[in-house]
Write a protein that binds this ligand. Structure first.
Ligand code: CS2
Length: 499
C-alpha cells in the first residue's frame, strides 16, 4: 500500500475510519511551549488540549521543542504539523487527526529561538515530557546530579544551553527582563511530586548561576505537579501501516495507543490555561495520592513485568500477560504488596483500579515492548518498586513479587538473557552496572552487595532495610537457577486472577 502523505491538502481525502474536527482552521495563537515532543506528549497532553479547545476556543496552539533529535520536527513539518492518534482495544478502534501543534523547533539547531519563545508573552505554559533522567536529579538526595556534565556546562550562561533546565533558566531570565509576565511550568513526567522536583532543581541552578532571578521565580513562576497516564508504545513499521489503513493516508508520526487517558493536575497556575477539565482532566488541590497510586501500581508492575517478561523471553507486555502466571503475579504485586501500603485517592478502590490495570496490560492490540519499559531502570526503580519495599520490609511484610522484580532488574542490566545471549542495556548507569557484574564474577551475593552500593538508586546504606541484601540474594539466586518464568510461576497462586 502506498498512500499520499497526510497534510492540509490531503486531509479532504481522509478515510471514513478516521475523523478530524478542525479547530478554527489555523486562526488560533500559540500559548503552550512543550519540551520533549515525543509520542507520549502527542498522544496525551496534545489530545487534551485539542479537546479543550474544541470545547472552549482559545490561543492554546502548541510549539513543540525537540531537545535530542530533529526527527519529529522534520516529519511534522512535511505534514503541516498534522498527525494522527489511533486508539485500539478489543472491539474498539478510533482514529483522529490532531491539529493543535503549530510548529516544532529542534533546539540544538537554534537554541536562541527556543529561549526567545520561552520569553514570548503569548506563551503562558511550558509543559515537559523529558523523561525521568532529563531532570538530572539524584533521586536519593533530590538535588541536581553533580556528574551531569551537560547540566554543569549549562550553568555557564555565556554558552548555548543543551538541557531542558538550561533552556528554562535562560528563557526565564529573558522573560523577567522583558516583563513578559508570569508562566506555569507543568511537568508531565513519571516522577513523584514532579512539580516540586522541577521547582527545586530550578531554584538550585538559579542559586548557582543567576541568584538575582530567585525573587522573580518565586513571584511569577509556578510548577504544578501532575499525574499523567496513557500507554503509548513506540511506533513501529507495523503500527505506521496499521494507522495508514485507518487514515487512507500515510502518517509518519502516527501513534497507535490504548483507549485510556488520565491527567490529574494540581491547581497551581501562574496565568491562564486551556479548559483541560472540559476534556476530562482533573484539576485538584493535591495530586500526591494519584501520583503514588499510579507510580506504584501501574508503573511498578509495568517495570516488574518488563524485566521478568524480557528475561522470560517475552517481547511485549500483552504477550507477557497472556501467560497466566505473569497475570497472577502482577495482580498479586498490586493487591498484596504495592496497594496496601498506600492511601488511594478518595473514591478509588484498589480492586477496581488494579483490575483496570490488568485489563489495560492485557490489551492485545498494543505492541508495547518489554525492552522499551525496561529502559532507564536506574531512574525508575526508586519511585516504582523500592518505595514499596522500603516502606514494608522493616515491618516484616513478605514482599516476594517486588523483591523478584528488583532482582530481575539487577539480572537484566547485566546485559545477558537466560540463554546467555547479550543485548544492549539502555540506562545512564549502564557502564557502571556492566562493571559491577564483571567484578562480582558470577557470585550472586557479591552482585547484590555491589548494586546496593549504588546509592543513586538504593539510597545510602543506613537508609536501606536490614533484610534487603539477604532477600534480594535469595530472589536473584532463584532467578539464575530456575529462570524468570518458573520464579514468577511460584508466586502466581493469587486467587481470582486466572485467565
Ligand atoms: C512505562 C510508562 O515506559 C515506561 O516506563 O511504564 O511509560 C507507562 O506506559 C506510562 O506511564 C503509562 O501511563
Amino acid at each position: 500500500m502506498s498512500s499520499s502523505r497526510l497534510n492540509q491538502e490531503t486531509l479532504a481525502r481522509l478515510a471514513s475510519t478516521a475523523r478530524h474536527s478542525p479547530l478554527r482552521g489555523h486562526a488560533f495563537g500559540t500559548g503552550i511551549l512543550h519540551l520533549g515532543i515525543g509520542a507520549f506528549h502527542r498522544a496525551h497532553q496534545a489530545i487534551f488540549t485539542q479537546a479543550a479547545m474544541a470545547a472552549r476556543p482559545g490561543d492554546w496552539g502548541i510549539l513543540g521543542v525537540s531537545l535530542r533529535s530533529p526527527g519529529v520536527r522534520d516529519i511534522l513539518a512535511a505534514q503541516d504539523h498534522l498527525y494522527s492518534v489511533t486508539t485500539l482495544a478489543p472491539g474498539h478502534q478510533a482514529t483522529q487527526v490532531v491539529s493543535v501543534v503549530k510548529d516544532v523547533l529542534y533546539a540544538p539547531e537554534d537554541p536562541s529561538r527556543v529561549v526567545a519563545a520561552l520569553a514570548d508573552p503569548a506563551i503562558k505554559i511550558v509543559t515537559l515530557t523529558i523523561t525521568e533522567k532529563g531532570y538530572g536529579q539524584d533521586p536519593a538526595s533530590g538535588r541536581r546530579r553533580r556528574d551531569d556534565a551537560a547540566m554543569g556546562k549549562d550553568l555557564d550562561l555565556s554558552q548555548a544551553p543543551r538541557t531542558a533546565l538550561g533552556f528554562l533558566l535562560r528563557g526565564l531570565l529573558q522573560r523577567r527582563q522583558s516583563a513578559a509576565g508570569p508562566i506555569t511550568l507543568l511537568s508531565c513526567d513519571n516522577l513523584p511530586e514532579n512539580g516540586r522536583v522541577l521547582a527545586g532543581l530550578l531554584r538550585e541552578i538559579c542559586a548557582e548561576a543567576a541568584q538575582d532571578l530567585l525573587p522573580w521565580l518565586a513571584e511569577a513562576v509556578t510548577c504544578p505537579s501532575s499525574m499523567v497516564d496513557g500507554i503509548v508504545p513506540a511506533a513501529t513499521p507495523a503500527s505506521l501501516r496499521q494507522a495508514e489503513s485507518y487514515l487512507g493516508l500515510r502518517d509518519e508520526a502516527a501513534i497507535v495507543c490504548e483507549d485510556f487517558r488520565q491527567w490529574v493536575i494540581e491547581d497551581n497556575f501562574a496565568a491562564e490555561r486551556p479548559a483541560w477539565e472540559a476534556a476530562g482532566a482533573e484539576i485538584v488541590s493535591d495530586v500526591r495520592p494519584y501520583e503514588t497510586m499510579k507510580l506504584r501500581l501501574l508503573n511498578g508492575s509495568h517495570s516488574a513485568l518488563a524485566y521478568l517478561g524480557a528475561l522470560g523471553g517475552y517481547e511485549t507486555i500483552a504477550e507477557t500477560m497472556a501467560d497466566p502466571r505473569y497475570k497472577a503475579f502482577a495482580t498479586r504485586l498490586m493487591r498484596t504488596e504495592a496497594g496496601p501500603a498506600i492511601s488511594l485517592p478518595a473514591g478509588t478502590d484498589l480492586l477496581t483500579y488494579s483490575q483496570s490495570l490488568i485489563r489495560r496490560f492485557c490489551n492485545p492490540a498494543l505492541a508495547h515492548r518489554t525492552r522499551q519499559i525496561a529502559m532507564d531502570g536506574s531512574q525508575k526503580l526508586p519511585q516504582r518498586l523500592l518505595a514499596s519495599l522500603y516502606g514494608q520490609l522493616p515491618s516484616d511484610r513478605p514482599m516476594p513479587c517486588t523483591l523478584l522484580a528488583v532482582a530481575a532488574w539487577m539480572y537484566y542490566v547485566g546485559g545477558r538473557d537466560e540463554t546467555g545471549g547479550s543485548f544492549k542495556v539502555h540506562d545512564p548507569l549502564a557502564a557502571r552496572f556492566a562493571a559491577l557484574h564483571a567484578a562480582a564474577k558470577g557470585n550472586t551475593a557479591a552482585v547484590v552487595a555491589a548494586f546496593l552500593g549504588v546509592s543513586e538508586v538504593f539510597g545510602p546504606p543506613a537508609r536501606q532495610p536490614g533484610a534487603l541484601a539477604g532477600r534480594l540474594t535469595e530472589s536473584l539466586t532463584a532467578l539464575r537457577r530456575d529462570g524468570a518464568r518458573a520464579c514468577v510461576g511460584r508466586l502466581a497462586d493469587f486467587p481470582g486472577s486466572g485467565p
